[in-house]
Write a protein that binds this ligand. Structure first.
Ligand SMILES: O=C(O)c1cc(=O)[nH]c(=O)n1[C@@H]1O[C@H](COP(=O)(O)O)[C@@H](O)[C@H]1O
Length: 272
């Protein structure tokens, strides 16, 4: 998907919500376990219940890989369902890949060509030649981990390297890579106070921001310095939406959560 399509969808829906599809069989309502493919049945119900309020979906591949072949099939069915029925919706494979060049090329092929995602999350640790194979794909987006939402982000990402914090190095250096226009970045909602510095380095790039809801990050805090004229944000909530209820009313409760987030976003967009 072209970035301009994502921006017009954000403006049309007045939403920059990304719903995280992190399916855990122990948390889904019991009646779905009788379905032939419980993971896909759950995802389909969540997508049907929330797509009016969301512009992106992000399955984290760990939650599918954990169930082996069945999990991977459910992931394929989920992305096919999205691409067929909601082609205007941006899709993110949260796989956090990155390896030597020829291996990264195969990861890129897997997520962009075989599965058909619009984007994939990638770890920057192995450097330029591990990321550039992803950037070669036109109208596909590589979402580089910059400053993550977890406590461990302080172990390396905020430590200085040549006088500059590592996450700032990631932002500065990656801007110089071939096809860097295809880059987006992950910044955790729990690190909202860093967004002013981050926007100084990458004023316009899209940010995937996980960590609201279950991890305690705040939408208002993220928007304070993170939002741009084209919005430039995709705010992800996974557990806060998909497990709003673990009973038969899970889809209705997911609708309520997604709708409430969309309303807050609409207010923010209208106030710009
Ligand atoms: O790349 C990510 O999406 C990600 C990066 C990060 O820094 N923190 C983070 O929580 N995530 C992912 O975002 C989702 C957050 O889920 P919830 O905390 O349930 O909303 C999970 O799939 C995480 O793996």
């Amino acid at each position: 998907m072209e970035i301009t399509q994502l921006i017009s969808e954000i403006k049309r829906k007045k939403s920059f919500l990304c719903v995280g599809l992190d399916v855990d069989m122990e948390k889904i309502p019991a009646h779905l376990l009788e379905e032939e493919d419980p993971i896909f049945a759950f995802n389909k119900a969540i997508i049907d219940a929330t797509h009016r309020f969301a512009v992106a979906y992000k399955p984290n591949t760990a939650f599918y890989e954990a169930y082996g072949l069945k999990g991977w099939e459910a992931l394929q069915k989920t992305i096919d369902y999205l691409n067929t029925n909601f082609p205007e919706i941006f899709t993110i494979a949260d796989a956090k890949r990155g390896d030597i060049g020829n291996t990264s090329s195969m990861y890129a092929k897997a997520f962009f060509e075989d599965l058909g995602f619009d984007s994939v999350t990638v770890a920057p640790y192995m450097g330029k030649d591990s990321v550039e194979p992803f950037l070669k794909f036109e109208n596909k987006h590589t979402i580089l981990l910059a400053l993550t939402s977890n406590e461990g982000a302080f172990d390396f990402q905020t430590k200085k390297m040549d006088g500059l914090e590592t996450y700032k190095n990631v932002l500065q250096v990656s801007k110089t890579w071939v096809n860097s226009r295809n880059l987006m970045y992950v910044v955790g909602a729990t690190k909202a106070e860093y967004l002013r510095d981050i926007r100084d380095i990458i004023p316009e790039s899209f940010l995937l921001v996980p960590g609201v809801g279950a991890q305690g990050g705040s939408l208002a805090d993220v928007c304070k310095y993170g939002i741009t004229a084209d919005i430039g944000l995709l705010i992800n909530s996974s557990r806060g939406i998909i497990y709003a209820s673990n009973k038969d009313d899970f889809a209705e409760k997911a609708t309520q959560e997604a709708s409430s987030m969309q309303m807050q976003m609409e207010e923010i967009i209208n106030g710009l």
